[in-house]
Write a protein that binds this ligand. Structure first.
Ligand code: IVH
Length: 671
């Protein structure tokens, strides 16, 4: 009996995953929605009656419970790289020349050209053919665990179509199709929530949802383009192999021999860019043969064997209806052009930033002017130039208002600075922006601008820490908040009391301190204060940190260091920090298992050129794995990692009988 049920469950799973594959990967469905739903219903019922039949890769498990350790850091097996850019034909020809020279070839090089999908880079891990983990790119070395969220994307196979023994790591781009992006923005606008600037931000928002059910509601998809752990002789073999294993590979890739063929490929793709249905910001050109890729190697984190050939920014002409100053989170007034709506590369643009007063003067842009606007990559649209032949009698030149347009407060301008700021610390616009930033970073779903405006106007909240004190009575008294929606928002706010430290640091809104810096800071603080630190201890530590001390943390430069130290010492922030410290608990990042690491207690020396990372990054890696690093070889040295060009240190190591390895072996140790 159970054997029969087990067999039936397996049959259903196979049939459903096959249907998923045909629909989501091949774009060629073979069964209708009703039939699919019937199979799914039968499996759900069967598993409900016999929970022992549930397997981790059952299609019913795509939307599981939220994880306890959401967004935990994940170290990548091999770094996730970024690409150098080419912006025109000459730069592609120069790239091709460089490749030829480095490989010592006279004949044309075989390349593979792919679309550069504008989404969010992810790493998918499969062990013995089963999906086990998904992570964001993060800083390239480590990202965040987003497994439950990615599992909801039906184009991601939970089991490969052929069992591949061991571990493979597949890289690709999670993206939101343009239609789904526009629908999301329409819904957000209706709910009074801020709209996403581009599909990539929307995809990132969906992937970083705390509740995977929310991720599942968006129509996310994926295209994969690389893998670690699959042995193939060429990139085109890799793409074919990935497709055969059940992954979604963008079908527009082509082999191209020589720079001229690459340029022709890019021109064709550019012509069809707006009809693809997903965002593409260029093409990626890769040397096809893996052996050649290995010979070409890397400079820092950029391969010498691949390049991104960026499409030109998308531009359109329209009319400036007005210019207004917009007050941001830090009180800076930004001039914004209000435009007659215009389509630019697939989306409708209504406003464009003018950056600052200097830029307004440089462009000499005025209300009524015809202007050229552009969207480039992920930036908010901007005004590029005033188009000649506009109105004869022009409006007066625009100037910064003397008073804040939101609160009437005085506008300050320091000599020699570009920025104009509202001086009123209680300016509602500043507070509103700050609240919006806080709820976004702390992932408090449903606290959109309509909600924030209400709690602000009713005087319930003046800084973000006040959100945690909102009571059910206060929430049910808000307009359009019935018992149920009040309870929802209350629950979400309370759930945000415990958060990874990096997230809290981002949410504070310290100038120049985004995700990357916050993650670095959080790691450092965990080292300083240990795994059980409180937020009060964290703030104290940051208040007492001099810029020099912060600057000594790898990844933090002088400007950022002084901004952080100024901000934490600012008397105007103290009340807020104190309030927040008693309301929110940080989850400190896990220190990597230093005692058990491959370098525990060992002293390592690097010499010669490293091809896949900088010397600093390699040393940091050793330290994070429990080792020490040194600049010179002695009897105390345990290991020397030697790259090309190693000289006296290598000789000394050999003379002393110290173990010497190359970068490949180092890679195997750090995996
Ligand atoms: S290859 C060497 N291929 O572009 C391998 N990347 O700046 C590097 N991207 O982080 C990546 N489409 O997020 C590659 N077909 C494609 C891509 C692609 C989009 C993104 C990816 C990467 C960034 C590189």
């Amino acid at each position: 009996m159970t054997a029969n049920l087990r067999r039936r469950a397996a049959e259903l799973r196979t049939a459903i995953e096959k249907a998923n594959y045909q629909y989501h990967v091949l774009d060629a469905p073979t069964i209708g929605d009703e039939q699919y739903d019937a199979l799914m219903r039968e499996l759900i019922e069967l598993e409900a009656k016999h929970p022992e039949l549930v397997t981790p890769d059952s299609p019913t498990q795509r939307v599981g419970a939220p994880p306890s350790e959401r967004f935990r850091p994940v170290r990548h097996v091999a770094p996730m790289l970024s690409l150098g850019n080419a912006f025109n034909e000459e730069e592609i020809r120069a790239f091709d020349q460089r490749v030829k020279k480095l490989l010592g070839r006279t004949g044309e090089i075989d390349y593979v050209c792919e679309l550069k999908i504008d989404g969010l880079a992810v790493n998918l891990t499969y062990v013995d053919g089963r999906f086990t983990e998904a992570a964001t790119r993060g800083d390239g070395t480590a990202g965040e665990d987003i497994t439950p969220n990615v599992r909801t994307i039906k184009a991601v196979p939970l089991a490969l179509r052929e069992k591949v023994p061991g571990r493979i790591d597949v890289r690709g781009e999670v993206y939101l199709p343009v239609k789904a992006f526009e629908a999301t923005n329409r819904e957000r606008a209706e709910r009074g929530e801020p709209v996403f600037a581009n599909p990539r931000n929307a995809a990132a928002g969906a992937v970083r949802q705390v509740d995977p059910r929310k991720t599942a509601e968006r129509d996310l998809s994926i295209y994969v383009y690389s893998a670690a752990g699959l042995e193939v002789p060429t990139q085109h073999d890799l793409l074919e192999r990935l497709r055969d294993l059940g992954f979604r590979v963008n079908p527009k890739w082509r082999r191209a021999t020589g720079a001229t063929a690459v340029i022709a490929y890019a021109a064709e793709r550019l012509a069809e860019r707006d009809d693809l249905g997903y965002g593409v910001d260029g093409v990626v050109v890769k040397v096809d043969r893996v052996a050649d890729q290995e010979r070409l190697g890397y400079v820092a984190r950029t391969p010498r064997w691949a390049i991104a050939y960026k499409f030109p920014a998308e531009q359109a002409t329209t009319t400036v209806e007005d210019i207004k100053a917009y007050v941001g989170r830090t009180g800076v007034l930004t001039p914004v052009a209000w435009l007659a709506p215009v389509r630019v590369g697939g989306t409708t643009v209504r406003r464009a930033t003018l950056h600052n007063l200097d830029e307004v003067r440089r462009l000499d842009v005025r209300a009524g002017d015809r202007v050229l606007v552009q969207r480039a990559g992920d930036v908010i649209p901007e005004v590029v130039a005033v188009v000649a032949g506009g109105r004869k009698k022009r409006a007066r030149g625009w100037d910064m208002p003397a008073r804040c347009p939101e609160c009437g407060g005085e506008v300050e301008h320091k000599e020699g600075e570009v920025a104009y700021r509202c001086a009123n610390p209680a300016c509602p616009a500043k507070q509103g922006q700050r609240l919006g930033h806080f709820v976004g970073a702390m992932d408090i779903e449903g606290a959109g601008s309509a909600f924030l405006t209400q709690v602000q106007e009713k005087g319930l909240v003046s800084d973000p820490a006040d959100l945690f004190d909102l009571t059910m009575d206060q929430l049910t008294a808000l307009d359009r908040y019935a018992e149920r929606s009040a309870a929802n928002i209350h629950e979400r706010i309370q759930a945000a009391r415990e958060q990874p430290l990096a997230r809290i640091l981002v949410a504070l809104g310290v100038p120049n301190t985004g995700w990357t810096t916050s993650e670095v800071l959080a790691e450092w603080l965990a080292g300083e204060l240990g795994p059980k630190a409180t937020l009060a201890q964290v703030f104290d530590r940051l208040r007492s940190a001099a810029p020099d001390e912060l600057q000594a943390i790898p990844g933090i430069g002088p400007v950022v260091a002084s901004r952080i130290s100024e901000w934490f010492a600012d008397p105007a922030e103290q009340a807020f920090l104190d309030k927040l410290a008693v309301r929110v608990r940080p989850v400190m990042p896990e220190r990597r298992a230093a005692e058990a690491g491959p370098f525990a207690g060992k002293t390592v020396v690097f010499t010669g050129t490293l091809e896949r990372r900088s010397r600093e990054a390699a040393e940091e890696l050793v330290r994070s794995l429990g080792g020490k690093t040194s600049g010179s070889v002695s009897r105390k040295t345990d290991l020397v990692v030697a790259g090309p060009g190693a000289g006296t240190k290598l000789e000394k190591a050999n003379a002393l009988g110290v173990k010497v390895i190359d970068e490949d072996e180092f890679d195997r140790l750090v995996r």
